[in-house]
Ligand binder design. Structure first.
Ligand code: FCB
Length: 445
């Protein structure tokens, strides 16, 4: 079935959008943006495949109007973006950068002029360097810093936001960055991991509390999920797969929706859990208006006694893979939405807040980009979601990652996730075949 036919199967109140994030597209060299821990992480030898950083990125700071034209012309209803904490508060928590405020004023007004619903994320990984210097996500004080920053954003921009989520992908903020060291600050430390995994959740809770205090509507969370399968039928592989699901998925689902942490993960963290963490779980699990799921791939879990704490490694199986080497498994996405709807948050509106693939895209001689692989990826994942409509899963929206090719974190500019191609030398944007497929499907609704 084509994208057009699949999109027609969704009820008319389901919205479609595209997603981006500040550090990945804006260009931090513009407009008085302050330093973040991604700038310093990017300077560490071998942290980033192509040794690049986000100082220029897609120069969205100057190209935002053209970029939003592409969202609107593509027929999308909504745009998911993030505010940059160091752009708004570059030097201290008190001195607001007037150019930063003015940039997001322009950006939001441009969305509203184009009838695009602004779906905001307050934190998509650009932690101000001064907070990183003070322990970052390991320091409980980060939850207060984040609450104050939330207050600033909501006071200034709240009336123009259709929806807000405090933190993008808390698993990446904590585990990926403090245990596997793949993202800033690049640590491999179990104690730092335990602390950050609790503080990121508490920061979410405090941010929601601040926003409720302002009467802000439509508050949610954006959790990334990865489906896991055991490498073989052994009891050990089953047990380690359950642990992976606990660390990656259930830690965040259980605490956000049921006010507890999974026992097997608490056992792993042991004495490293911050004192009195139990007392924070009420705030962490305060009711939300919607839940978001970012989904890309699955992992195969292989027991490995040489891994000191987890006792397993994640490997890839034999499904077709994207340019990231990530396996394509649409049924995993459906699994998580069913689990949310049936178990964690019955009745709560659900959104797919990111889904998409990297592909080795090139401009051809005619100046076009053919990415049938990406069109097929969207089709297969949306078909899996369309099947849920008949199961009473309250899916209310879907956001493709990403509008533009952009700075893909530790992979720099070497991986292209956009439905629009970016030539980083000229900054010329070229809509890919996938953008045209979306446009045709959305116009045909
Ligand atoms: C997600 C991130 C997003 C992008 C995609 C590919 O984990 O939220 O910024 O990097 O992966």
């Amino acid at each position: 079935m084509s994208l057009t036919e699949i999109i027609r199967r969704f009820p008319s109140d389901v919205i479609f959008g595209v997603a981006t994030s500040s550090y990945q597209i804006e260009g931090t060299a513009q407009g008085g943006c302050g330093a973040s821990h991604w700038d310093s992480f990017a300077r560490q030898p071998e942290a980033i495949t192509d040794s690049s950083d986000g100082s220029v990125a897609c120069d969205h700071y100057n190209h935002y109007a053209e970029d939003l034209d592409l969202v609107a012309d593509g027929g999308f209803d909504a745009y998911r973006f993030s505010f940059s904490w160091p752009r708004l508060l570059p030097q201290s928590d008190k001195e607001v950068n007037a150019d930063g405020l003015a940039f997001y004023d322009r950006l939001l007004d441009a969305m509203l002029e184009r009838s695009l619903q602004p779906f905001a994320t307050l934190y998509h990984w650009d932690l101000p360097q001064r907070h990183a210097n003070n322990g970052g996500w390991q320091n409980r004080d980060v939850t207060g810093w984040f609450a104050d920053y939330t207050d600033l954003v909501i006071r200034h921009f709240g009336d123009r936001l259709a929806s807000v989520a405090p933190i993008n992908e808390p698993w990446c903020v904590s585990f990926l960055s403090h245990y596997w060291g793949h993202h800033a600050p690049g640590l491999c430390d179990l104690a730092a991991t335990a602390r950050s995994m609790h503080h990121v959740q508490l920061a979410h809770g405090r941010s929601i509390e601040v926003m409720r205090g302002h009467g802000q509507q439509n508050l949610g969370c954006v959790l990334n999920k990865e489906f896991a399968v055991p490498v073989d039928g052994s009891e050990l592989a089953e047990k380690k797969t359950y642990l992976f699901d606990g660390i990656y998925n259930r830690w965040f689902e259980e605490s956000t929706f049921r006010g507890c942490y999974p026992e097997e993960v608490l056992a792993l963290f042991g004495q490293h859990m911050p004192d009195g963490y139990e007392n924070d779980l009420g705030l962490i699990s305060a009711p939300l208006d919607w839940a978001g799921c970012n989904y890309y791939t699955r992992s195969v879990i292989a027991p490995d006694a040489s891994e000191p704490h987890l006792g397993f490694r994640c490997i890839r199986g034999d499904l077709p893979k994207t340019d990231m080497g990530w396996e394509i498994d649409p049924e995993g996405l459906a699994f998580f939405l069913r689990r949310m709807a049936r178990y964690y948050a019955p009745g709560l509106p659900l959104y797919v807040t990111e889904n998409g693939m990297a592909n080795a895209d090139n401009l051809n001689a005619a100046g076009e980009v053919h990415d049938p692989e990406r069109v097929a990826y969207f089709e297969s994942h949306l078909a899996a979601l369309a099947a849920l409509v008949d199961e009473d899963v309250p899916l209310k929206g879907y956001f493709a990652w990403s509008l533009l090719d952009n700075y893909e974190w530790a992979f720099g500019y070497s991986k292209r996730f956009g439905i629009v191609h970016v030539d980083y030398a000229s900054m010329v944007r070229t809509p890919k075949q996938s953008w045209h497929a979306w446009r045709a499907a959305l116009k045909a609704r």
